[in-house]
Ligand binder design. Structure first.
Ligand SMILES: [Zn+2]
Length: 253
């Protein structure tokens, strides 16, 4: 990244990250087991503001603190370039729709997850983040491609009643974007939605994953497509699923 293209915050972030990395290259990474780690979460928000990433971060950051996590809230993807910091985390909550990620930032994020740091996100903030980065999508297990009809009424159907993330929850309704996604068949799908065909007749009856979990190396990966705007988390089930997913990804669920 050329210096002249960076804003002051990015520049300072990079400088700081570079400074912190000096002298730490011999530190063994990921040497702590999950149980040894203090509960520590990183929320990185930014990208397209129509998804209200700041408001969504403000939902999950204080809640994570009540769960005993040390929480870092960052507005720069450069947080991913500090290997020691990344390896110290229990879970990463990315809230960053579209935008671009540099090779170094992506490498840092994927190395952390592959090494055992959990990741848990929602809607476009995780699965419509960096459209050019297939390695990132391989980790996520899906990529948004459409939301026919825009904000509509639809139902979410719980498919796994034993998994801790969806246990005890019943089917529920949303008034939001119904995400049509290209998904990885290796996901463990916990909830789905059915497309009526009203807004795209050729997909009538298609059943699409809404909530899933998977592994990426040693890291736990959780995703829910609910949460177009912060108000969507007023739906108790949508909020509960994301909270439980974050705890699961952090090794707590
Ligand atoms: Zn959206």
């Amino acid at each position: 990244m050329a210096i002249q293209k960076m804003n002051r915050r990015d520049f300072l972030g990079t400088t700081l990250a570079a400074g912190l990395t000096v002298g730490l290259t011999t530190t063994p990474l990921f040497s702590k087991t999950r149980a040894d780690k203090a509960k520590s979460a990183l929320i990185v928000w930014g990208g397209w503001m129509g998804h209200e990433p700041d408001k969504c971060a403000a939902i999950f950051a204080p809640w994570l603190k009540t769960q005993g996590f040390q929480v870092t809230v960052s507005e720069t993807l450069d947080s991913y370039t500090d290997p020691e910091f990344m390896a110290s985390l229990s879970v990463i909550v990315p809230i960053w729709t579209m935008g671009k990620i540099s090779k170094e930032q992506e490498k840092g994020l994927l190395a952390a997850v592959a090494g055992g740091v959990g990741i848990a996100g929602h809607h476009g903030g995780m699965c419509d983040s960096f459209r050019e980065n297939t390695d990132y999508q391989f980790m996520c297990g899906g990529q948004w491609v459409a939301h026919p009809g825009g904000v509509i009424d639809y139902e979410v159907n719980i498919k796994d009643h034993r998994d801790p993330v969806t246990k005890g929850l019943k089917d529920f309704k949303m008034h939001s974007e119904q995400y049509y996604m290209h998904v990885d068949p290796s996901n463990k799908v916990l909830a789905t939605t059915r497309f009526s065909g009203e807004h795209a007749y050729w997909i009538e009856g298609t059943v699409m994953p809404v909530v899933w979990k998977r592994m990426y190396g040693k890291g736990r990966v959780f995703y829910s497509s609910l949460g177009h705007v912060a108000k969507d988390f007023d739906v108790p089930e949508a909020l509960e699923i994301s909270k439980r997913g974050i705890l699961w990804a952090a090794g707590q669920g």
